[in-house]
Design a protein around this ligand. Sequence first.
Ligand code: GAL
Length: 669
Amino acid sequence: MNKNTILAKTGQILYGGDYNPEQWPESVWKEDMRLMRLAGVNFVSIGIFSWAKLQPTEKTFDFGWLDRLMYLLGENGIWADLATATASPPPWMSRYPDLLAVDVDGHVYSHGSRQHFSPSSPTYLRFAEALVKKIAARYAKHPALAAWHLNNEYACHMNMCYGEASAKAFRLWLKERYHTLDALNAAWGTAFWSQHYSAWEDVQPPRKTPMFSNPAQTLDFHRFTNAAFLKIAKMECAILRKATPDLPITTNLMSFFKPLDYFEWAKELDFVSWDSYPDPLDYGELIGARGHDLTRSLKPGRPFVLMEQVTSHVNWRPVNVAKPVGTMRLWSHQSVARGADGVMFFQWRQAASGAEKYHGSMVPHSPDPEKTRVFQEVRELGAELKKLEPVAGTLVRSRAAIVVDWETWWALELPSKPTEFNYLAAIEPVHRYFYERNIAVDFVTPQSDLSGYSLVVAPTLYLLRGKDAKHLDRYVREGGTFLATCFSGIVDENERIVPGGYPGHLRETLGLWIEEWWPLGPSETRKVRLGAKALSGSRWSEVIHLKGAKALATFEEGYLKGKPAVTRHALGKGQAFYVGTVLDDSSLGVLLDDLSRGLKLAAPIKAPKGVEVTLREGGGKRFLFLLNHNGKAVRLPLGRLKGTDLISGRKSGKAVLLKASDVAVIELE
Ligand code: GAL
């Protein structure tokens, strides 16, 4: 099987959800199968939280129920996304004290919820390895098995563990990275505040300290924590790959999740998947789009799977509002519009007990679930997704990209900075710009191949290695358009100031240097003039000296009046822009509109506000997705485009009429 697409085995858009039948008598399973067939379900994630059921005591295993379940799924034509079941260890394992994670205050976690293990616990690793080996050996050849699902949302609740097991593993990790204590002392700058180490055993995780901890130490602890979880995933992958070299492996990621560097993670996976739970009271379609765009970007050239979402309401917010009628359908199609080949839910049947019994599901609590509004919508969606089969395997193509870098995220949000920074607050407005204009956009890292992008925006790329800066510089010289925003390029990988003036390694690319930073107070703003246009900045200003760049916009008030605020540097065949303040959304829009116009970045068709438009392409076919997020109908002129709506089966005329919350997927001629 070609692992490039999970569809190679199923040949369909995947549809289903987390299925936890171990919570129900087996008599219910038959009814589940009937309802799944009715709903068009073809893929379910099973066994995710079943470790205690599979291994009820240290020495005993029970796979009988899973054998029967796998058989039943196969009999009903439903593919299994079989979990490695390592997400939550059984209570008996807590007898080994190293199992339990410890927080920064030294408090030990307990079983009785989920995910209480330390990622560095030798006990956890030993038992997890043994379990995965057993599962892999038992089900490798099972005809119902379509994919492996590692663990579940790694590090979601418990990520930074500060216990003894972690301290030991951290030291080993540091030894591998630095080899000598001298190198560690140099990298961590321990000459400061009497932190010099003379023995490895004195090195600790950044536990509770009276004042700011050593930033390089904390940054390394982020790296180590990411590596500790990834080590578990790699261990599981190695076992599974050996057993089933041709079966794809995934794990459910969580979009912008700070503890884990998902670009690193994606390298280990055959396809990526994620869990999306925007609050319907927020701007959910924007939040969903951001997660889809990131997830798609993690593995360029491959579709992803929306592994979890909810049909109606979750249970973990103070108030859990239901998705308005039509939203579940619309947001499901949105995932496909942005590159998903699978639409899944948490979970299939609503639980009767446990902490998630008030969480929405595909089969709600009801004497006759088949008659419920939710199930009927689930069923209709299943039928619609079947019609989208031709879309499967096609891709979203973007010419714009936003740089996101987990190391910058970790370093930037360490305390004791010139002002308080929030990395996502720098990224989100840029993504929102592209989303609201229906311009396809990917996320990339400073190491990504940028040759296919006309515009690359790097919001506050604070930590930048010299070789990555060179890569960005080359992109510009070879004809790219690059835009960086304030506080970029400041430190190296050890959180040490790059010497020679800010912005460090980016000075030559941007054609400027910065003498002083002038952070602005919470209610301060600065007028900025860009040609005839009045813009506004806040939070940050700085003294920029031009060294080849030209001022495009200047500060209009305060000490910096008349000094550059936005610059452009013509370099080689390309150009590099820099913004020395935090522009408000409409000002950022003015600047990015200018760039987009110049680079001919545009939406596939013109659409009114609240209408999302995307294109998926491949195999000589093109599919135009039109999603109306408005509460009223809209008419969308298609210009010269023509085609047939896969959902309604109707040929498009000169325009498409979309009802409130409606969707069309036009296969273009
Ligand atoms: C996810 C998790 C699921 C379930 C769901 C509830 O984070 O993977 O197991 O807990 O949230 O929204």
